[in-house]
Design a protein around this ligand. Structure first.
Ligand SMILES: [Zn+2]
Length: 361
């Protein structure tokens, strides 16, 4: 997915980040607005989240109060400036009117709407404006059911114009969902959720400012899923914190290399030990039949070398991960290269393979 349009946008972002604090920042007009009053900073992330939950409860129960939609509010926000309590990135889909679904009015929410609720350069910059300069204590990425942008990516629809650069941000989410072996509607539903996590990850990875605020407890970043079928907002569980995540990623990487090393060395027992007892090989009557076949194949192969290239590890949570890579096989009389996807699960402190899939490289 790392083709040039995305890279160039992201490079631009890091270029901006370098000059931002030193040159551009002090001259921006919004600095004085929030900093002078300090209004938003008195709201805690938990309070802001609670307000959104209460607003959505009013919305779904038909008891909306449509707060802050009065002429007084217009006058007040004009004279005193804006002090929204949450920054949100949601899809442009016309069925996701953000202020309505949270029953909020003027000056309450700082909303970024973009197809597929992606977080690329412009969205990240806007989120930094909301969370960093207007000091909203909460940043929410809101995905929604039946999202056309995510569906198009999952189905591999042909898109033109500037849309490829937009939907490119969704590709990693679709890839992760496909690696779980899902299909049909379940695949799309999962990819929509993965896409929310992807945007959160992009915000954290590409914005030093946002991750700094989050690490210092000044900003809470959460994912949500809006159900267009009934108007409810589902709050998505938090994924592994970054320090634990990087340790887990390292452990998964070691597990993948241990697997390749055991295979290369023809150490069948070590190789088979890399697989979970729950591993089920498609096309085999059972685990025993599969083990017997692998044992025979590996032992009769003689000297072989397994190589791993372009290894990418994705954590679904603290105990589930997917590793995708190009697997090279070089033997005496045969060699090939395939695209491999291993689903791994942590069992008794060790990462074990629970599913294995191969495709064309
Ligand atoms: Zn959408």
């Amino acid at each position: 997915m790392c083709d040039s349009p995305v890279i160039s946008r992201r490079l631009l972002l890091s270029g901006l980040a370098v000059g931002f604090g030193a040159l551009v920042l002090p001259k921006l007009p919004w600095i004085s607005e929030a900093a002078a009053s300090g209004a938003a900073s008195s709201v805690t992330p938990e309070q802001a989240l609670q307000w959104l939950k209460e607003g959505n409860a009013r919305f779904t129960s038909g008891k909306v109060q449509t707060p802050n939609l009065t002429p007084q509010r217009i006058a007040e926000t004009f004279s005193k400036g804006q002090h929204p309590f949450a920054t949100l990135i949601s899809c442009s889909d016309s069925r996701v009117p953000v202020e309505h679904i949270f029953d909020r009015g003027i000056g309450d929410l700082f909303v970024i709407r973009v197809a597929g609720n992606v977080a690329d350069t412009d969205e990240i910059g806007t989120a930094e404006y909301g969370a960093g300069h207007l000091m909203t204590p909460l940043l929410v990425v809101v995905g929604h059911t039946k999202c056309g942008a995510v569906t198009a990516v999952v189905k591999g629809d042909q898109v033109g114009g500037s849309i490829p650069q937009l939907v490119d941000n969704i590709v990693p989410a679709a890839t992760r969902s496909k690696a779980k072996g899902l299909s049909g509607e379940a695949l799309i539903v999962d990819a929509i959720r993965e896409n929310v996590y992807q945007s959160l990850q992009d915000l954290r990875e590409h914005s030093e400012e946002l991750s700094h605020l989050e690490q210092h407890g000044k900003l809470k970043m959460v994912g949500a899923l809006y159900h267009i079928e009934d108007g409810s907002v589902e709050w998505l569980p938090e994924r592994v914190p970054s320090a634990a995540a990087s340790a887990a990623r390292d452990a998964v990487e070691q597990a993948v290399y241990a697997w390749a090393t055991a295979w290369s060395a023809g150490k069948v027992d070590n190789y088979l030990a890399c697989y979970s007892p729950r591993f089920h090989a498609t096309g085999f009557a059972g685990r025993k039949a599969w083990e017997a076949q692998r044992r025979k194949t590996i032992q009769s192969a003689g000297s072989i070398t397994i190589t791993i290239e372009q290894l990418q590890i994705t954590l679904q949570d603290a105990s589930q991960a997917t590793a995708t890579f190009l697997q090279g096989y070089r033997g005496k009389s045969y060699q090939d290269k395939v695209k491999k996807s291993l689903a791994l699960q942590q069992e008794g402190g060790k990462w074990k393979i629970v599913r294995e899939e191969s495709g064309k490289a």
